[in-house]
Design a protein around this ligand. Structure first.
Ligand code: MN
Length: 231
């Protein structure tokens, strides 16, 4: 096979305790999946889950023990952090039942669904796609993936992010409206999941702006945390 120009490198995420990396296929994101965050965004109640996507090359890897750096993105004056548990799919499938979801999970990581909130809100008002607010370059920082068997009780893990050392978001994965298994059931009803897919499962309340020179430190109990600096 030859190409008219060199194809892009495979996007990959390190795996805790292994030399082999996790190659990324797609990035799915769940919207408004914690009740208190849904409320702060002006919504209430348990909506059916809904999804949006980011391109795989929006990934910015925070290698273990190292801070990652993201540029302050163009066009926005309201760049928000959304700390999220990320599910890494190791075995694909379609129409996966929640009861069978665990067998499709390779592991878990800590991620940030960085959001140009002003642009997202403009698009919402106009009934237009969120892509420019959500799926921009460098919008998906992520830390190393911990294999599921080593991640502990992830369904009851604390999740938090601090900015410059002060708490911004602090909750628990148990507060997901649609839990990990239910999310996989809904997602795989709409798309055939593939090995390498990542699912950003949604963010708890407390989303807020960061500015240039801020440092975000985020974690989920049982996983390797991430530090991301805004250039
Ligand atoms: Mn999000």
């Amino acid at each position: 096979m030859s190409y008219v120009f060199p194809p892009p490198a495979v996007v990959s995420v390190p795996v805790v305790g292994r030399a082999e990396r996790f190659p990324v296929h797609r990035i799915y994101c769940v919207g408004r999946n914690y009740e208190e965050h849904a409320k702060e965004m002006g919504f209430t109640g348990r909506e059916p889950p809904f999804f949006f996507m980011k391109p795989a090359d929006a990934i910015v890897v925070a290698e273990a023990g190292q801070a990652a750096t993201i540029p302050y993105p163009p066009l926005t004056r309201n760049l928000h952090h959304e700390i999220e548990l990320v599910v890494a799919i190791g075995r694909g499938g379609r129409a996966i039942k929640a009861a069978d979801a665990a067998g499709h999970i390779y592991g878990y990581a800590v991620g940030l669904d960085m959001t140009r909130r002003d642009l997202q809100n403009d698009m919402k008002k106009q009934g237009r796609p969120w892509c420019i607010g959500k799926a921009y370059d460098h919008s998906a920082p992520i830390g190393p993936i911990t294999p599921a068997a080593e991640a502990g009780d992830i369904g009851n893990a604390a999740i938090w992010v601090q900015v410059n050392g002060s708490d911004r978001q602090r909750s628990n994965v148990s507060k997901l409206i649609w839990n990990i298994a239910e999310t996989i059931e809904h997602l795989s009803a709409a798309w055939e999941l593939q090995p390498g897919d990542l699912i950003y499962t949604g963010t708890p309340e407390g989303v807020a702006a960061v500015v240039s020179s801020d440092t975000m430190t985020g974690g989920v109990d049982g996983l390797t945390g991430i530090t991301v600096h805004v250039a």
